[in-house]
Design a protein around this ligand. Structure first.
Ligand code: BES
Ligand code: MN
Ligand code: ZN
Length: 489
């Protein structure tokens, strides 16, 4: 979508559709009030009225869209409003629409514009790559959005650029996660990283099985062993480390299909397990946005990609494997594979001496039991970094909730015949998985984000979501990275 920013009132635009976002109780201009039946529109959140003003106003169609109270506005509510407006334009089969950028005393117009843009682009998203026959509705595209602001066009333009970058990242993440397992293979994730590298001038290294064996990636190799698709370790590096730009490592779980392996999963909803690379997708989406915005940072993306399959060559319960760190792991359940591939990636991250390691993974069903679809689980060995991510969760409205990592949990992951075991019972499952990961990050500040509950939806609860992949994590990561930029300067 192309977006242009103009100064002035949206109602004085000769647009096919002018969207006027209004706060609850906000006074209507008399010429608009005159077009309404009394009290039909109060500006309640998501309330809308479509008006055909004929000759009364210089617009073909006017959509009044309610924002609710300014005090209850968040980036999430603003994304929803942006999505509703764009979807209205789409329903009307328009190629462009205009919208005002509502402002409040508390929130700058730039961040309002950013959220509107994120919502508009994400709200129009549909995964149609594999549909050979498309309906006219599916083919139709809204290509232009004209934003109208009272003043400060320049700062709104900055917000628009950020919103577009984030939205492009979300689109990439959703496309990868909605992509079927036979297409989105570990090698495919490597290709996507190569393409990002070429486009944005990032350094890319993709290690295949031989190189992995040579370097000792025992965890990733063990998990990938059962599949005809070779495992890949992807390193995508943006910028370079300086005193002002210490390294941030983003680590993603990239299981392109998780059957459970020999500890095989039940077949009900097994197709969903093509989404077990949503951590990797979020990291690649964020790297896309980092490249587009040319952020002044050093960011290293590390992705462990493999397919978890049962076969004659698969790793087995009872196997003891030696990870890249040298630590040995007793495999008690081959379905707890995410933590094993992440062990190697997290250990690898230490070589960059990073100021922060942030991993994203669809790691446990237990996080879904704990939080449902409403929040990302956070686990950390460093409270200042955890607080930073929690704040970014508030600002980006991708909710994050912290769990404890007390010594008892680390104790539970110890094996009697190896250094660690990969499972230790059902209770506290999401924390135990995190405790396992903690053994591989050394003393570096680290945050683990379990996105198993939030990465996928069958019942989209927001206008900017469609069923399938949500692209969760991209907004959050971008907020975190922007905050690092602000802290540096
Ligand atoms: N990929 C799954 C976790 C998952 C479940 C993601 C549902 C998305 C939706 C992970 O690899 C897994 O299988 N975890 C097991 C761990 C158990 C064996 C300790 C789980 O949560 O059941
Ligand atoms: Mn699994
Ligand atoms: Zn998995």
């Amino acid at each position: 979508m192309e977006i242009s920013v103009h100064q002035g009132s949206v109602v004085h635009e000769s647009a096919a559709l002018a969207v006027l976002n209004l706060w609850e109780g906000e006074a209507l201009a008399p010429e608009i009030a005159a077009l309404l039946e009394v009290d039909d529109f109060q500006g309640k959140f998501k309330q809308s009225v479509l008006i055909y003003p004929r000759d009364a106003l210089p617009v073909r169609r006017l959509l009044l869209l309610g924002l609710g109270q300014p005090a209850t506005m968040t980036s999430d509510t603003m994304r929803q409003v942006g999505a509703l407006a764009a979807q209205k334009a789409h329903d009307l089969q328009l190629t462009s629409f205009a919208s005002n950028v509502p402002t409040t005393a508390a929130v700058p117009a730039a961040s309002v514009a950013q959220s509107l843009v994120e919502g508009a682009v994400s709200g129009l998203y549909h995964f149609l790559e594999h549909k050979s026959v498309r309906t006219p509705e599916e083919t139709h595209q809204v290509t232009h959005l004209h934003l109208y602001v009272a003043d400060d066009v320049a700062s709104v333009q900055t917000g628009v650029a950020q919103g577009l970058a984030v939205a492009h990242g979300v689109t990439l993440a959703r496309n990868l996660a909605n992509g079927p397992g036979n297409v989105v293979t570990p090698a495919h994730l490597g290709d996507v990283a190569q393409a990002l590298g070429a486009r944005f001038g990032m350094r890319v290294t993709v290690l295949g099985p031989e190189e992995l064996a040579h370097q000792g990636f025992g965890g990733l190799l063990a998990v990938g062993k059962g599949s005809a698709q070779p495992p890949q370790f992807i390193i995508l590096e943006y910028g370079s480390a300086t005193e002002q730009h210490p390294t941030i490592c983003l680590v993603g779980k990239g299981i392109t299909f998780d059957t459970g392996g020999i500890s095989i999963k039940p077949s009900e909803n097994l197709d969903h397990m093509k989404m077990d690379m949503c951590g990797a997708a979020a990291v690649l989406g964020a790297m896309h946005a980092v490249g587009e915005l040319a952020l002044p940072l050093h960011v290293v993306a590390l992705i462990s990609a493999a397919e978890n399959m049962p076969s004659g060559t698969a790793y087995k319960p009872g196997d003891i494997i030696t990870t890249l760190s040298g630590k040995t792991v007793e495999v008690l359940n081959t379905d707890a594979e995410g933590r094993i591939v992440l062990a190697d990636a997290l250990f690898y991250a230490q070589r960059y001496q990073p100021q922060a390691i942030i991993d994203l993974a669809t790691l446990t069903g237990a996080i879904m039991v704990a939080l449902g679809p409403h929040a990302i689980g956070l686990f950390s060995n460093n409270q200042p970094l955890a607080d930073r991510v929690l704040r970014a969760g508030q600002a980006s409205a991708e909710r994050v909730w912290q769990f404890p990592l007390w010594d008892e949990y680390h104790e539970m992951m110890k094996s009697t015949i190896a250094d660690l075991k990969n499972v230790a019972g059902r209770y506290g499952g999401a924390i135990l998985a995190a405790a396992f990961l903690a053994a591989f990050v050394g003393d570096y500040p680290w945050v683990h984000l379990d996105i198993a509950g939030t990465a996928w939806t069958d019942k989209p609860a927001r206008a900017y979501l469609t069923s399938g992949a949500t692209g969760v994590g991209v907004c959050l990561l971008m907020q975190i990275l922007q905050d690092f930029c602000a802290a540096q300067s």
